[in-house]
Each structure stands twice: as structure tokens, then as C-alpha cells.
Design a protein around this ligand. Structure first.
Ligand SMILES: Cc1cc2nc3c(=O)[nH]c(=O)nc-3n(C[C@H](O)[C@H](O)[C@H](O)COP(=O)(O)OP(=O)(O)OC[C@H]3O[C@@H](n4cnc5c(N)ncnc54)[C@H](O)[C@@H]3O)c2cc1C
Length: 337
């Protein structure tokens, strides 16, 4: 198929995760044109929800926090609109075989319809091409950027912003980055833990369970277990999400999915007693959580008009990703030629 060439706009954003979406919304408000490309079927990246049976289950981020005034105000507005809730004020912890309650902390928010709901809302009104896997990014003769996708399209833009994990950024764009940026991205790429995620619809809820989720810091296999249905509206069937611990997931990254599923199921049965899943899905997140985020919330090279954002820039986590995208917006619009 002949390449389709798109001559665009001021900003091309590679990756429509939360950081890219948040940036694009602020660029739009400032009057700049931006297009986002994402390889996924929908925008939102790790803010992901799957349909299983008659319900929806979060297999990436489980909740988000809101500490900045802007995010807090947005969360309050979303609660008033009726699509967001405070899911919890913290989670008990599993220590030495016991579930220990902890004092209440700051709010953990989760949409009733799944975490992807917020990404969908952030994506409204934006120019996003999904199903577009970027395979190369180069500087063209006219000093514009030329970006090609696996699907056979080419995009040209004045400025390029990446919202993808650091290892993938190096593969795609190392020659475009300054030596200083390469050092930073290489360091960040060394600190990213994966996670195996097991999603289950259950015949019955765990007997006696009254917690929304449990954190496991000392378990060899488990990282986080969530009773996902406690985020849904009343009457949703019991559903459990089991996230493998980062170290364990890293050691078993290339395992057969059936083996990873079996280990997670045994581990969770060991802790909570017999569990009867009626439907299961397993998902591997190769880049789940950054452990060595940069101190900067974004990197922007004004001369080359190239930058990068994401939860590994100033992050981590959902709130960090949003903040990263939002911090870059005023910088690039002020300097827009
Ligand atoms: C299992 C798990 C549990 C988590 N739990 C929590 C939690 O409870 N609370 C919390 O706050 N955070 C949690 N997080 C972290 C949170 O999901 C992330 O911090 C946040 O979503 C990151 O957003 P981002 O925009 O930086 O990146 P991403 O969401 O990773 O977005 C990157 C985007 O780039 C796209 N992309 C990559 N390569 C290409 C390419 N070549 N071409 C085109 N597109 C490409 C991807 O499809 C993706 O959409 C969790 C993450 C995981 C995986």
C-alpha cells in the first residue's frame, strides 16, 4: 500500500496515554493544533479497562490520586456529575499472613465505569489516530519531523512530543535527542517494572471480605489485589484483579501466560482460600511502573522542537502523568513560532 502523507499542524504527539491527552487538551485550549497517534485500539494507555462478561474490569491503573488544586477541582466536579467516586481512603496491607488495617489517607478516585472512562473523557474533542504504531521518526529536509507508522501513513509536523516508555523512546528516536537527554532516558529505562495482571469474574465474592483492595509488600508473588466490583454500581458481579509483584513479574516476564496465571491463582488462593473463577483473562504489562522517574516533569528541546512526557518524567503514576503533560503545555505554546 502506498504511504498516505499527512501534512499537519504544530504538534504531533506519539502516544495518547494520560500525559499526551492532558497535554493535547491544554494545547487545544491555547489555540494550538495537535494530533495524537497511538498504537492501541483506544486512547488511555495504562489507564485501561476490559469488558468481561456483563461487567468492566480495570487491568491497569486501579485508582488515581488528586493532590493539585486543578485535579482536585476536576475530581470534585466529576463526582458532582455522577461518574466518579472516592473509592477508598487507602488500603489494608498484608503482612506476615495477616491483613492489617491502616489509618485513613488521602482519597483514591475511581470512575464507576472503569478507569478508561476518564481517558475517554479527556480524549473528547481531540484529533487522535488510534491503531497507528509509530515505527520511525526523523528530521526531514525542510526541518519538519517525518513520522511513519506500521500501517503505512506518514505524518509531518513542526514539533514532536513523545508520550511512550523510555526504552521505546530510545528505539524510535535516539538520534533526535541531545546527548544529555539520551543519558536521562537511558537511566529512566533501567527503572521500569513490569506487571502480570490476572482478571477474574468469580462465582462468589471472597467470604468475609470487606476491603476494596489489599496491598502486598512482603509477598513473593502478589503486589495488589482488588475487589474490582467494589468500584462498580450496585449489583455488579464479583470480580477480582490480581497484580503480580514487580520483582516477580520481572523474573517471569517471558513465562507462558498460562503459567503466570496459574501461579497468581495459586498465590491468591493461598491467601484467601478457595476461589472459583467463572471467567479469567491474563495480561502482561511490559512497562507498568517507573521506579526511577526523572526529577523533571518534562523534557523540551526548544531548538529542535522535540520533547517527552509521561509518568516517568516527574511522576510516577496517573497523577504524575497528568502533571507531566500539563506542565509542558504552557512552555511549548509560549515558544510556538
Ligand atoms: C498494572 C498497573 C497498575 C497500576 N496501578 C496504578 C494505580 O493504581 N494508580 C496510579 O495512579 N497509577 C497506576 N499505574 C500507573 C499508571 O497507569 C500510569 O502511571 C499512567 O497511566 C501512565 O500514563 P502515561 O501517559 O505516562 O503512559 P501510558 O499510559 O503508558 O501511555 C503511553 C501510550 O503510548 C502508546 N505507544 C507506545 N508505543 C507506541 C508507538 N510506537 N506508536 C504509537 N503509540 C505508542 C501506548 O499505546 C500508550 O497508549 C498502574 C499501571 C499498571 C500497568
Amino acid at each position: 500500500m502506498a504511504d498516505v502523507v499527512h501534512n499537519i499542524m504544530d504538534f504531533l504527539i506519539i502516544g495518547a496515554g494520560l500525559a499526551g491527552l492532558a497535554l493535547a487538551q491544554d494545547l487545544k485550549t491555547a489555540g494550538a493544533t495537535a494530533k495524537l497517534l497511538d498504537k492501541g485500539r483506544s486512547a488511555g494507555g495504562r489507564m485501561a479497562t476490559r469488558r468481561i462478561g456483563q461487567t468492566r474490569v480495570d487491568h491497569g491503573a486501579q485508582y488515581f490520586t488528586a493532590r493539585t488544586e486543578r485535579l482536585k477541582a476536576e475530581a470534585d466536579a466529576a463526582i458532582a456529575e455522577g461518574w466518579l467516586q472516592i473509592w477508598s481512603h487507602g488500603f489494608p496491607q498484608w503482612v506476615n499472613g495477616e491483613i492489617n488495617a491502616r489509618p485513613e489517607g488521602y482519597p483514591r478516585y475511581a470512575p464507576f465505569n472503569g478507569m478508561s472512562e476518564w481517558a475517554k473523557r479527556l480524549a473528547e474533542g481531540l484529533d487522535i489516530r488510534t491503531g497507528a504504531t509509530v515505527i520511525s521518526a526523523e528530521r526531514a529536509d525542510n526541518n519538519r519531523y517525518e513520522v511513519r507508522t506500521q500501517e503505512g501513513e506518514t505524518f509531518h509536523s513542526d514539533a514532536l512530543i513523545f508520550n511512550i516508555p523510555p526504552a521505546q523512546l530510545l528505539t524510535l528516536a535516539r538520534p533526535l535527542l541531545t546527548p544529555d537527554s539520551v543519558v536521562k532516558v537511558e537511566a529512566a529505562s533501567q527503572g521500569f517494572l513490569p506487571s502480570w495482571a490476572l482478571l477474574m469474574l468469580l462465582e462468589n465474592d471472597i467470604p468475609g471480605a470487606n476491603w476494596p483492595a489489599i496491598e502486598f509488600s512482603e509477598h513473593p508473588v502478589l503486589g495488589f489485589v482488588s475487589r474490582d466490583h467494589t468500584k462498580r454500581r450496585a449489583g455488579s458481579p464479583p470480580a477480582l484483579v490480581v497484580h503480580g509483584k514487580g520483582d516477580w513479574s520481572a523474573a517471569h516476564l517471558e513465562d507462558n501466560p498460562a503459567d503466570a496465571q496459574s501461579t497468581l491463582l495459586h498465590a491468591v488462593t493461598d491467601v484467601f482460600g478457595s476461589i472459583t473463577p467463572v471467567e479469567t483473562q491474563i495480561h502482561r504489562w511490559r512497562y507498568a511502573l517507573p521506579t526511577r522517574p526523572l526529577t523533571e516533569k518534562y523534557v523540551w528541546d526548544e531548538n529542535a522542537r522535540i520533547g517527552f512526557i509521561g509518568d516517568w518524567c516527574g511522576g510516577p503514576r496517573v497523577e504524575g502523568a497528568i502533571e507531566s503533560g500539563r506542565s509542558l503545555a504552557p512552555v511549548v505554546t509560549q515558544t510556538k513560532s
